[in-house]
Design a protein around this ligand. Structure first.
Ligand SMILES: [Zn+2]
Length: 454
């Protein structure tokens, strides 16, 4: 008999951590950071209910921080086992985790300098050094390859679409098959392969980020051309807060196409202000089999934007009044260089801000998309007068219909489907749809709930 515990990613889209144990061994699937609401972020500081050194292995579905960002702390607090992931996920973690440590050190330092934290001194959750130490434990395996991860537990990864290297993980253990969907991507995405559904599983943990919503089906290039064209006409700047991995590459792909077709001026300055996104583009090149772009398309994509390297260059870019497009991380405006661009450009109505993915509750991105007239940044309020857009068609997540399409790939209903990785509305809507349309037995677990799998 196996026990499954939801240590994160239940009732929220962040902090994914699912613990599977057979009484002798423990396998943790995903090891993410909580993000968004303060009550959620505080969970990152609370100890796990089990000692990290009692976990035998970790399995990662993909590199995004809400699935990997807790690893440096896990290792710092005593975990010493292998961390299994796909090859591209390993490479992407190599840039995302140290950056996360670096940002946390910098935020703690800013808080101490400007005294806007209640804690004195404010401390980083972990450092860049801690993150680099965690990378030593990553063990890449191939898609479709079966790997024993601990005590007779066999793991297999399938393509989940979503971002480079993203996987759905199936673990067969003690005669029970459990599938962790990971984040499910889109069908017919220009960059990523279609998500694959296993034919059968006893238990399923299925993500529900967009369980209650359909994406806008408009042509993304047409919408981008219109928004960017209008802002440039006003002499404004377009700021695109973007995940460095995945969305930044998709935006460059669309912009390169629009320029080539003459739908945006060839000379329109586009800046990719995220060294991490530049590195991620290079990782795309290295993993040609895991994405759809040809090497000439990758070259065109690389040429469609100027790459901004240093923080100083980034600040100079903010000060430059010319009409332009700036793509910069992070995607939900929770941190990173995009913050100083937003502080500068959000107050002026001639500018536009384009969000390109899910905005978790409690983030600055969610507030701006909901129409907030001011957002708080480093202790002070910045007025928002720029036009705000949320291009859901650029999302890396399956919408409600696509989630059901993915579920329809199972030849047989799972015994129980645990609907996870969603805010309460999204999870409950997917539960309802799966029960209604497929007759599945579903459960929306609570944070820290445990269930027995037999
Ligand atoms: Zn993700």
């Amino acid at each position: 008999m196996l026990k499954l515990s939801f240590l994160g990613g239940a009732g929220t889209v962040t902090g994914s951590k699912y613990l599977l144990e057979d009484g002798k061994h423990r396998v943790l699937v995903d090891c993410g950071l909580f993000q968004g609401y303060k009550a959620l972020r505080l969970r990152n500081w609370a100890p796990l209910p089990i000692a990290p050194n009692t976990i035998d292995a970790v399995v990662l579905t993909h590199a995004h921080l809400d699935h990997t960002g807790y690893l440096p702390l896990l290792v710092k607090n005593g975990f010493r086992g292998p961390i299994y992931c796909t090859e591209a996920t390993k490479d992407l973690c190599g840039i995302l985790l140290p950056d996360s440590g670096h940002l946390q050190e910098r935020d703690a330092e800013l808080a101490n300098r400007h005294r806007f934290s209640k804690h004195h001194p404010a401390l980083p959750l972990y450092t860049e050094e801690d993150a680099r130490r965690a990378l030593d434990f990553l063990r890449p395996i191939r898609f479709e390859e079966v790997q024993e991860v601990a005590g007779g537990a066999n793991l297999k990864f399938r393509h989940a679409g979503h971002i480079l290297g993203a996987a759905t993980a199936t673990i067969e253990w003690s005669g029970v098959t459990t599938t962790f969907s990971g984040d499910i991507g889109r069908y017919n995405d220009p960059l990523m392969p279609d998500p694959q559904t296993p034919e059968r599983t006893d238990y399923l943990l299925m993500e529900s980020t967009y369980g209650d919503r359909l994406h806008d089906r408009s042509d993304p290039q047409g919408v981008l051309a219109t928004i960017i064209g209008k802002a440039i006409h006003r002499g404004g700047t377009v700021v695109v807060p973007s995940f460095a991995v995945g969305r930044a590459q998709l935006l460059l792909f669309h912009i390169a196409r629009l320029k080539a077709a003459g739908r945006l001026p060839e000379l329109l300055p586009v800046f990719l202000d995220s060294p991490m996104a530049v590195d991620a583009t290079e990782i795309f090149r290295r993993h040609a089999a895991d994405q759809k772009l040809s090497s000439s398309e990758l070259v065109a994509m690389g040429k469609s934007a100027h790459h901004v390297q240093t923080g100083e260059e980034s600040r100079e870019l903010t000060a430059n009044p010319m009409a332009k497009v700036i793509i910069s991380a992070s995607g939900m405006a929770t941190g990173g260089r995009v913050l100083h661009h937003l502080a500068h450009y959000a107050p002026d109505p001639k500018n536009s801000i384009i969000f390109t993915g899910f905005q978790a509750g409690g983030t600055r991105g969610a507030a701006m998309v909901a129409g907030a007239d001011a957002i708080k940044m480093h202790g002070s309020y910045v007025p928002v007068r720029a036009s705000i857009h949320n291009l859901s068609m650029l999302s890396a997540h399956a919408d409600k219909d696509e989630l059901l399409r993915w579920a329809s790939g199972f030849k047989q209903a799972p015994k129980t489907t645990f609907v996870v990785h969603g805010e309460p509305g999204g999870s409950d809507a997917l539960r309802h749809s799966l029960e209604q349309h497929r007759g599945w037995n579903c459960l929306v677990p609570d944070h820290r709930q445990s269930v027995e799998l037999v």
